[in-house]
Structure formats: C-alpha cells, structure tokens
Write a protein that binds this ligand. Sequence first.
Ligand SMILES: N[C@@H](CCC(=O)N[C@@H](CS(=O)(=O)O)C(=O)NCC(=O)O)C(=O)O
Length: 229
Amino acid sequence: MTSNIANFDAVSLPVMKVYDFPTGPYPTRVRIALAEKGLQSRVEFVIVDLYKGEHKRPEFIAGKNYSGTLPVLELDDGTCIAECTAITEYLDALDGVPTLTGSTPREKGIVHMMSKRAELELLDAISVYFHHGTPGLGPTVETYQNPEWGFRQRDKALRGMRYFDAVLQGQPYVAGETFSMADITVIGGLIFAMLVELPVPEEYEALHAWYGRMLQRESVRNQPVFANP
Ligand SMILES: N[C@@H](CCC(=O)N[C@@H](CS(=O)(=O)O)C(=O)NCC(=O)O)C(=O)O
C-alpha cells in the first residue's frame, strides 16, 4: 500500500491534531488509517487521559467533542471531527485517491456498511461489555454500570465474531477483495477483545487467519497497543 500523498506539496497539507489515547481500540483505528495513508508526520497527537476522565471535562465536551469520546481530529482551522468512520473518510479523501473507503459508489456503500456492521456487531458491543461488565475506566468515570447489559453485549460480540469468520471464509478482506476501513474496524474489535480478555473462539479459523495477516501490515503491527505484549 503506497501513499499518494507525494502528489501534494508537503506545505499544502494541513497540520492536524488528534486527541488520542494511544492504546485505545477506537483511537487505534484512526492511527492505522493515518499510517495507511502515510499521514502520521502531519499529525500532533494530544493525549487525553480516559482513566482521569479528561474526555468528560466540560471544556472537552464543549470545545472538542459533544459525545465525550476519543479520537477527535482537529484541523488547522480549528474544525473538530469526531467519530472514527468520519475521521477515516476525511483522511482518505485528503489526497483525492481513496484507498480505504471505496473508489466507486458500490465499493463505498459496501465498505461503509461492513464497517458500520463491525461497529454494531463487534466493536461497540465489546466496548459496552468493557464499560458495564468490567470495572472499565474506573468508578470516577463509570458512574452508571449495568452488568447484565454488559454481559449481553459480550455475547453479542461473540456472535459478531462468528459472523465475520463466516464472511472471511469467502473473501480475503471484510468488505471484499481489498483492504479497507471495514478491516480496520474489525481489527479495532479484536484489539478490544484482547484488552478485555475475550478470546476469539479457536473454531473461527478464517477470522484468526485474517487477523494474522492484518498483524503483518506495518500500519497495524507498529501500533502502541501491541507494544507491550
Ligand atoms: N463512536 C465513537 C466511539 C469512540 C469511543 O468510544 N472511544 C473510546 C476510546 S477507547 O475505549 O477506544 O480507548 C472512548 O472515548 N471511551 C471513553 C468513554 O466511553 O467514557 C467513534 O467511533 O469514535
């Protein structure tokens, strides 16, 4: 995967900030997208400490992201873009040559659908389990927890793993024949599964094989979340 960023004069590219938590599954989605597009050098990472609740402070909510989550991309004009899918779509469009979000209307539709499905059926489900079925970010941040809901979402995530295993039995990547944002979202889900110690069942061999290939990509294996085994 080579970046087309060389088509731009380095001066013309915006200098961006990413409000980040380096080992977080969602922030890692954007970090992978930045690496795939060759944009890491154009970004200043600003660490926001989730365990101290810095993402829930009024000034962050008002000034960066109403939803109080990470990552947030701040452009050089002060515009803040939250939501991993939106951030990835922005980054992918920067050089006018989309390589992560689809190049044709059909591809764009399928990539977005499969990435959203990966959020709904896997990543977001594990995130809910983390916040409600485990101590999560700790009592000062997790002011409301519903363990039953958390465990139900854990079971949903396991069904999601089975679904993506079935998808990957028939095609090399989550959205079809090429690597895309949808793969990055499933990678985020499996990172979160690792962090909450929810193993991918051994019988999901296609999902395991795909993940093994993903971990060979430089944009993936070099992420901070994998630094301390
Ligand atoms: N829909 C959002 C979700 C982002 C999200 O939940 N991010 C986590 C970061 S991490 O769990 O991946 O590290 C967060 O801010 N969680 C803080 C909280 O939920 O209080 C997106 O796609 O960006």
